[in-house]
Write a protein that binds this ligand. Sequence first.
Ligand code: HEM
Length: 512
Amino acid sequence: MQVFFAEAAFILLLSVCILAAIRHVIQFRVAIANIQNHPGYRVLLNTASYLASACPEIKGIAFGYDNQIHNKRNSYEWAGWDLISVVSAFPRVTTELFLTDAAAIKEVTMSRHRFPKPIDEYAILLFFGSNIVASEDEDWKRVRKIVAPAFSDRNNRLVWDETQLIMLDLFNNVWGDRKEIVVDHCVDITLQIALSVISVAGFGRRIYWRDNQATPIGHSMTFKEALHTVCTDIIPILIMPKWAMGLTKRLRKVRVAFEEFEKYMVDLIQDRKTLEKKEQRYDLLSSLLDANDDEDLGVAKLSTKELFGNIFIFLFAGHETTAHTLCFTFALLALYPDEQDALFQHIKKLLPDDRLPTYDEMPLFTHSLAVFYETLRLFPPVTVIPKISAQDTILKAGNAAGETKSIPVPKGTYLRIDVPGLHYNSRYWEDPHTFKPSRFLEDWPRDAFMPLSAGARACLGRKFTETEGVAAITMLVSRYKIEVKDEPQFAAESFEEKKARILKVAAVITQT
Ligand code: HEM
């Protein structure tokens, strides 16, 4: 009798599994038919699942998300369109469209209601509290109303002035009068620049290169140490369960840094509230607190948790992105001395006497901005901008032959703006693999440049990062010549080999 029941249960389970599999196969076929079998990949694993995103491309199994992003144009050339489809089956049937067609991308970024953010994919960023990046619809509108005024012209002025002071501090107090400075990892310098800028323009706290401040009473880390760890080691706290944060020395340090940073934020907020005579301060935190108290905005205040959420998101969105862009900029200038010289000549024409330029003069430094943009084109820090279709609709895709095609986009389709794929698309950029900042000095295809997104959900820190970039590049190039370090073991390498190596690692800076 018992054997009979076990057999029956097994057969029942098997039948359920077979039925579920058949249903899945039917859904999969319907999904493909719904996009009129537009060329692309048919795979088992969903692209956005952690398993699949870590997986290399395996035919029929995984799309190889990272591969795709690094190969830039291969899939689009193979498909013959600047839009490819990926239909995947597990854990649920999902349709994704990867876009590198500028007109289609413009349509997606300009229609927030038709193509909102797939908020489920941002859930990880809610760890710190709800925030502007990870919200949509009415929630986003409310937070944006309070947060956006902080990114004011006065804040940008602060970014400009403080970036100059931070660079001078580096030149005078760290590098001194040495004729040659050898930097093994350029990113160590640029991470510190970006950290100091966000500290002062974000939170009103100056930190110096040679900061040997004692740990204040009531804290177990200095502000600089806590901020540095929070900025550079944010991933473990996002992905590890709470209990696991005590397992190793490094994880414990990260946990303490986050607790400490939060304590410092509480102190800073308290300071701002108890200041007897309110000084005018234009750092992001002060402006955020002012806007939060502004009844005229007509929206519900941010709670303390939401304030923290947004403060953390400024760090998350703005620190590494800017630091890595600056690092690539210096590496590219070292590899292309003619481009560096053209930039140097332009700066010298504007500043023959080595004085510090003012913020109002920033628009004159067109060449510095062009170099920053060209780096962002070649090495966009954010490679995919996700959206979802809120309705059944149609997108048009083009190709190199000048043809266009309408592709049905069913409601619930994930849209992935493939930023490197767009930036290396030869329909928009001549010689897309070449570092050529001058392309940004002429009329350039604005819709084909998407490092900071566009439309209503575009980067709020755009002017912040551009101001920091232009100030830092102008200061460094006006005083130092950037070269690739001579190393005998690499004497025989070709330019392409050197480029591949340097863009992976470091640049060297010498005084002009
Ligand atoms: C090179 C530097 C930067 C790059 C490449 C960059 C890129 C981006 C991108 C692609 C988005 C859209 C993200 C999405 O759709 O999910 C975004 C949004 C955002 N960025 Fe940046 N960003 C940079 C610097 C900064 C800085 C310095 C800050 C602040 C200090 C900042 C603050 C923000 C905020 C608050 C948003 C959300 C805007 C909204 O949803 O309304 N970013 N950024």
